[in-house]
Design a binder for this molecule. Structure first.
Ligand code: NAD
Length: 245
């Protein structure tokens, strides 16, 4: 039997990179997955791909920064599968730009997706999990929630926010059977990293390579399953040694 047999998992940013790799691993472990993303074309194709493997999968097009759309994610999930056991709160955007050239609107947009979106998805998850008597949330932060770097002030501030949001929510709901932890990836080979950055980011990593989305998925499975049953409010840093430097 799989580690997530018959569990229902909502995965935001679920059709690309870390989210898609996690969806693949979750269905292999017996979960039904709800793939939430802005990208409808990729979403429909990925839903079909998982269904072809006999998995239960549902794509929902939604923007995690729009409150009503986030509420709808859970309404549709309950309508389709009757419950929500796991939420992988993972949608995010990133961009490197010197701060003195950063428009306020760009700052707002990054913080809106990477922090406000995480709050909205988590709050609605918590509302459902309180009704159901428990659940698990994994928020994607970043190693840049722990250390700084030049040129991505908005992203790093938002990810630092996700780390402490995770601690705060975990404490708030620890006695209500809702576990909440954060995944903090290092540089991972996904479409969020521009091709021409990949070599230098690999060189800056002690293990001298980028991480793989599949390696993140295994860490998410640990945080989402009973294997981490005594863990809440933590951040799991999976970064090839970067933050150990
Ligand atoms: P990705 O670009 O492959 O996946 C991100 C997905 O989020 C995309 O499918 C995108 O369409 C979706 N998305 C973006 N904005 C959205 C919104 N407003 N509503 C709904 N969906 C939205 O990148 P990834 O590397 O898989 O990123 C996943 C998460 O991991 C992000 O939160 C990212 O910040 C984080 N992360 C990535 C790295 C890395 O090096 N790849 C490192 C640390 C943290």
């Amino acid at each position: 039997m799989g580690k997530l047999q018959n569990q229902v998992a909502v995965i935001t940013g679920g059709v690309s990179g870390i989210g898609a790799a996690t969806a693949r691993l979750f269905v292999a472990e017996g979960a039904k997955v709800v793939l939430v993303d802005l990208n409808e074309e990729k979403g429909k194709a990925f839903e079909a791909e998982l269904k072809a493997l006999n998995a239960e999968a549902l794509f929902i097009k939604a923007n995690v920064t729009v409150e009503e759309e986030v509420i709808q994610i859970y309404k549709q999930t309950i309508a389709a599968y009757g419950k929500v056991d796991i939420v992988f709160n993972n949608a995010g955007i990133g961009r490197v730009q010197p701060t003195h050239e950063l428009e306020y609107s760009e700052w707002r947009n990054t913080v809106n997706v990477d922090l406000d979106g995480v709050f909205l998805v988590a709050r609605e998850a918590i509302r459902e999990m309180l009704k159901a008597g428990g659940g698990v949330i994994v928020n994607t932060a970043s190693m840049y929630g722990w250390v700084g770097s030049p040129g991505s002030a908005a992203y790093n501030a938002a990810k630092g926010g996700v780390v402490n949001l995770t601690r705060s929510l975990a404490l708030e709901y620890a006695e209500r059977n809702i576990r909440i932890n954060a995944l903090c990836p290092g540089f991972i080979d996904t479409p969020i990293i521009p091709e021409d950055y990949k070599q230098s980011l690999a060189a800056a990593t002690p293990m001298k390579r980028l991480g793989k989305a599949e390696e993140m998925a295994k860490a998410v499975l640990y945080l989402a399953s009973d294997d981490s049953s005594f863990m809440t409010g933590s951040s799991l840093i999976v970064d090839g040694g970067y933050t150990a430097q």
